[in-house]
Ligand binder design. Structure first.
Ligand code: MYA
Length: 600
């Protein structure tokens, strides 16, 4: 197993480079079908229930998508209803998004009202002072918040979606008992990861924490930027490099560790609130750590495990964005339907205890932020000049929305993340198959299974993977189109693996198209699942939902076909090379290369 060290993603348009630390392609089969001698890559071929992950093998893993999750029991529904009413009342009677935007903070009565409602502690267990809500209940309330004031949403989200989420997910019983009651009671929390030289490349942070000579504290030094709630937080989840001894080599290496840091420890200061384009009422600030003494019991999730802690918090938080953005797009019914369906599917998966949703959460974050942007822009267009005026409120929503395509992982990085993670998974299986051929007698079962799949496909007798058993009869045709797309997608991945091997990490044009195809397939499956549930239940909107799911799937599968064609067409690949050369020229010239037509 080996790590592909840094790759540099050159963003042509922004003329900016984003380094990603070791996007791992350890298990990707090479073009020459080199078969590593080592045993199976760590965890790589373990069964994964993620629908999206299995798409990369051209397979339908239906468990998390069909049937559409319905995870709330009667009691949870009643509790939720009891919370929805005051929440909606609060936003219509107390909170004023336009005022918050103008004064660039959440006004005092609204902030107090939110604390009183328990809006800052939705998922903290009741015995520790919170409301103890499930992810699905949380998603419903976040939907209301997002529909009313995205800036307030970020204040709430930075606190609980990521700020203290690490304590909920990884905290020891003592850490939970000490800190969770406090974050329910007017002490703000923040998630402190990003640094000036480390945004997307989360593993390359420079902030350091060293053990004190007496072994009782870590001493933290460094700084963080763009920290939501950074100017107000008393309790912070801070990520820092710590020296850790590698058990295999005995050498000391730097590894990221997560810490619970209190402002009261001393040495924690912050900069002024940043001036931003949108979500102005939320506080964003730099935070500085100067010899902060952190008791060793405040390590969160174990020394050296901080990167995983950060990723899991972000996985958890990303779906919250999909929930927060669905309501803004009511006019664009299909996008709204699909976004909302994704948000509640993922919250349902999480509530059922799934650990296999990190790709889906990343997709939902990208999908929701782009859908909401598109719809807001269209709404402004439809309203013409009025849409451009402040009083309609759309310009604020557009400003507020812009950041959602950037934070919690930029959509560009998350696309690469989805494509590369899926390819790695598919590659590991391909490698396993290659290994099996080395000892055919011992692996006859696996070989026959794979071979028969491939041969049947090649001679055209194949049925592509089928979804018929999962969808309502009225949706069979759409499901069959989608199944064909999944089959073609799996074939394309195999082709890409064989053609590029591990150098696929450098083929960002291809990775982007594959990610887009994944988004279209997953979103269609989610829509078909929800519409099937609606048809089976026979509610009033069932036929409307059927139409939306069918229309969406048709458009989406056409886009998948177009993207897969681009990935395999020589002409397009040639064009990618040209575009890459254009970008290099622009970099070199540090701007526009040619003179204007007047040459003046
Ligand atoms: S907060 C800051 C946001 N920052 C980011 O999102 C950082 C983005 N970067 C990344 O996500 C990663 O660095 C990427 C990979 C993806 C680029 N789940 O070598 P690797 C494992 C589980 O590939 P890298 C903000 O914006 C991987 O398997 N595991 O990693 C404020 C491997 O494990 P192993 C994962 O190339 C927002 C290991 O890690 C994941 O360095 C405010 C290393 O992998 C994953 N996802 O990076 C929002 N990724 O070694 C407010 C990797 O065992 C909230 N791994 O094989 C708003 C909410 C809405 C409103 C709410 C209202 C109430």
């Amino acid at each position: 197993m080996f790590r592909v060290a840094r790759i540099v993603i050159q963003q042509q348009v922004k003329c900016e480079t984003i380094p990603i630390r070791s996007l791992k392609m350890s298990a990707v089969a090479s073009a020459q079908a080199q078969v590593a001698e080592k045993p199976r890559a760590k965890g790589a071929t373990q069964e994964d229930y993620s629908f999206v992950m299995n798409l990369f093998r051209g397979q339908i893993e239906a468990r998390q998508v069909f049937p559409y999750p319905n995870v709330l029991n009667e009691e949870q529904r009643d509790t939720l209803q009891m919370l929805i009413d005051p929440c909606e009342k609060f936003f219509s009677e107390v909170n004023n998004p336009s005022k918050n935007d103008t004064i660039e903070k959440v006004d005092e009565p609204s902030l107090n009202g939110l604390w009183e409602l328990g809006a800052f502690s939705l998922q903290v267990p009741q015995e520790l002072g919170g409301l103890g809500l499930s992810n699905t209940q949380y998603a419903r309330l976040v939907e209301i918040v997002g529909a009313n004031d995205l800036g307030v949403g970020i204040t709430l989200g930075a606190h609980q979606s990521i700020g203290f989420k690490g304590i909920l997910l990884f905290g020891t019983p003592e850490q939970k008992a000490k800190y969770l009651p406090r974050v329910c009671n007017k002490e703000f929390a923040a998630f402190c990861l990003t640094e000036p030289s480390s945004g997307s490349d989360a593993g390359s942070i420079k902030t350091r924490a060293e053990l004190s000579p007496d072994g009782k504290h870590f001493i933290l030094n460094g700084s963080k930027i763009w920290i939501s709630n950074g100017g107000m937080a008393e309790i912070m989840t801070v990520f820092a490099q710590t020296p850790v001894q590698d058990p295999k080599t005995g050498k000391t290496v730097d590894k990221v560790t997560a810490f619970i840091v209190e402002r009261a420890f001393g040495g924690v200061t912050n900069g002024p609130p940043e001036k931003k384009m949108g979500i102005k009422c939320s506080n964003t600030a730099e935070v500085y750590y100067d010899n902060v003494k952190i008791p060793i019991e405040n390590v969160l999730g174990g020394v050296g495990n901080g990167f995983k802690v950060a990723m899991n918090i972000l996985n958890n938080g990303r779906f919250g964005m999909a929930a927060a953005l669905s309501e803004k797009i009511a006019k664009m019914a299909m996008l709204h339907y699909v976004t909302e369906s994704m948000a509640y599917m993922i919250s349902g998966n999480m509530d059922s205890g799934s650990q296999h949703y990190h790709l889906e959460a990343a997709i939902s974050k990208c999908f929701a932020s782009e859908a909401a942007w598109y719809v807001c822009d269209e709404a402004i267009q439809i309203m013409g000049g009025m849409g451009f005026m402040k009083e309609t409120g759309l310009e604020r929503i557009m400003r507020d929305l812009r950041i959602f395509r950037i934070f919690e992982g930029t959509n560009d990085i998350l696309r690469l993340f989805v494509a590369l993670t899926g390819i790695q998974y598919a590659g590991a299986h391909l490698k396993e198959l290659q290994n099996a051929f080395k000892h055919p007698t011992a692996n006859l079962g696996l070989i026959f299974e794979e071979a028969s799949k491939r041969v049947v496909r090649k001679v055209g007798l194949s049925s592509p993977p089928s979804m018929d058993q999962y969808v309502h009869n009225d949706l069979l045709q759409a499901a069959s189109e989608l199944a064909k797309s999944i089959d073609s997608f799996g074939e394309s991945i195999e082709m890409v693996l064989i053609k590029y091997g591990k150098s696929i990490v450098n083929e960002q044009y291809i990775l982007n198209r594959l990610a887009n195809a994944t988004f279209d397939i997953y979103s269609s499956a989610v829509a078909l699942s929800r519409a099937s549930a609606a048809l089976r239940a026979g509610g009033e909107s069932a036929q409307h939902e059927r139409q939306m799911a069918e229309a969406w799937t048709l458009e989406a599968t056409q886009r998948v076909a177009a993207n897969l064609k681009i990935v395999s067409s020589g002409r397009n690949l040639d064009n990618f090379t040209k575009m890459s050369s254009i970008a290099k020229n622009v970099f070199k010239a540090e701007g526009v290369v040619q003179l204007n037509p007047l040459k003046l």
